[in-house]
Design a protein around this ligand. Structure first.
Ligand code: NDP
Length: 330
């Protein structure tokens, strides 16, 4: 049974050598347990934080211990009356080909309702992050202008699409021309900017936002965000969802202080963790699955195949290799 452990804590960008493949004996279930076969694995930027031992909102992974993340698995054997062989479940599970569970740390998912991988993306953590960050902090109103960074990724692509559904004008920032084109053609964004090739981002944002920026949904932080902040409107809302540009940094990035413009513009800047809204997840799921079934929401995924490619898929997040949710199919 193949498993993946944390071999070393990354310094800077994670390397393949930070992971180790370990073969363990095939697990055997006890009374009350189920045997799970991993089908889809979610790789996510937040796992980078857990590979370090700095304090965070989730405890760090331990060295030489198995890694975990969101997984969709198939029940292949059951000694638990709540589960039948052949059913599918999702939960925070180990990076193992097979593992046992009491059934208490997983939820059943239905392959008829949506493709199973969607439960790791648009109908999972990243979809809920997009929904609650935008609606609870951004409080978008029809006609407002929103800028989304990391726009072609899992969270960003859903944020932009929801903002369109809610009647906003949506501008996306992403790292390649191909992604910028996709934002408009596939996700319905009004404008898109490639931050790698645009020299003056502050000016470029001003040009596509003639009425300024009412909401900024930030997935990346750093210089990209400085240029959006410079365009924020009075009473603007800045949703601090992620800071991927800083995750591999070995020093604290310097930039303009935000207080002067927050005061001048009476703007709100708020960070959040999706689990803050756990009690409201059913409401979020209801909207996301309805929009998905109505075809208003497009669930883009980049699917990497093979258990042995989980570390590479994870590293790929920091190289911009994904469009939509990065998923590993086993
Ligand atoms: P994505 O699918 O967006 O994947 C990461 C993307 O980030 C890459 O494709 C790349 O796109 C971009 N990127 C990588 N390095 C940089 C960089 N140095 N500067 C700017 N962009 C970069 O990931 P997710 O949608 O899963 O997550 C997006 C953000 O949301 C992350 O910061 C994550 O930590 C955060 N998050 C927060 C949650 C919360 O509860 N607060 C929950 C889930 C996610 P490109 O080619 O455009 O550069």
């Amino acid at each position: 049974n193949k498993t993946i452990t944390l071999n070393s804590r990354p310094v800077g960008k994670p390397q393949l050598s930070d992971f180790k493949f370990v073969d363990e004996e095939m697990p055997v279930i006890k009374e009350g347990e189920i045997l799970l076969k991993t089908k889809f694995v979610s790789v996510d930027p937040y796992l980078r934080g857990r590979m370090s031992d700095a304090p965070s909102y989730v405890p760090p992974f331990e060295l030489q211990k198995v890694m975990n993340s969101g997984v969709v698995a198939k029940v292949v054997e059951s000694k638990n009356e709540k589960y039948k062989a052949g059913e599918f479940v999702t939960g925070a599970l180990d990076w193992k080909e097979f593992q046992t569970s009491t059934g208490n740390n997983v939820l059943k998912v239905d392959a008829q309702t949506a493709p199973l991988s969607n439960y790791l993306g648009v109908l999972g953590m990243t979809g809920l992050t997009a929904y609650f960050g935008l609606t609870e902090i951004g409080k978008p109103k029809a006609g407002e202008t929103i800028v989304v960074s990391g726009a072609a990724g899992a969270v960003g692509s859903v944020v932009g699409q929801i903002a369109k559904i809610l009647g906003c004008r949506v501008i996306g920032i992403a790292g390649t021309d191909e992604k910028a084109a996709l934002l408009k053609s596939e996700f319905g964004f009004d404008e898109a900017i490639n931050y790698h090739t645009t020299k003056d981002m502050t000016k470029a944002i001003a040009e596509v936002c003639p009425n300024g920026v009412d909401i900024y949904y930030d997935n990346v932080s750093g210089a990209v965000s400085d240029s959006v902040h410079a365009n924020i409107n009075r009473l603007g809302r800045i949703i601090v969802c992620g800071a991927i540009s800083a995750y591999n940094g070995t020093s604290v990035p310097q930039g303009p202080r935000v207080e002067p413009f927050l005061i001048r513009k009476s703007a709100l800047m708020q960070g959040f963790i999706v689990s803050n809204y756990a009690e409201k997840f059913p409401e979020g799921m209801k909207h996301l699955s309805q929009w998905l079934s109505e075809g208003k929401l497009h669930a883009a995924e980049t699917v990497v195949e093979g258990f042995e490619n989980i570390p590479q898929a994870f590293i790929g997040l920091f190289e911009g290799r994904n469009k939509g949710k990065m998923i590993v199919k086993i």
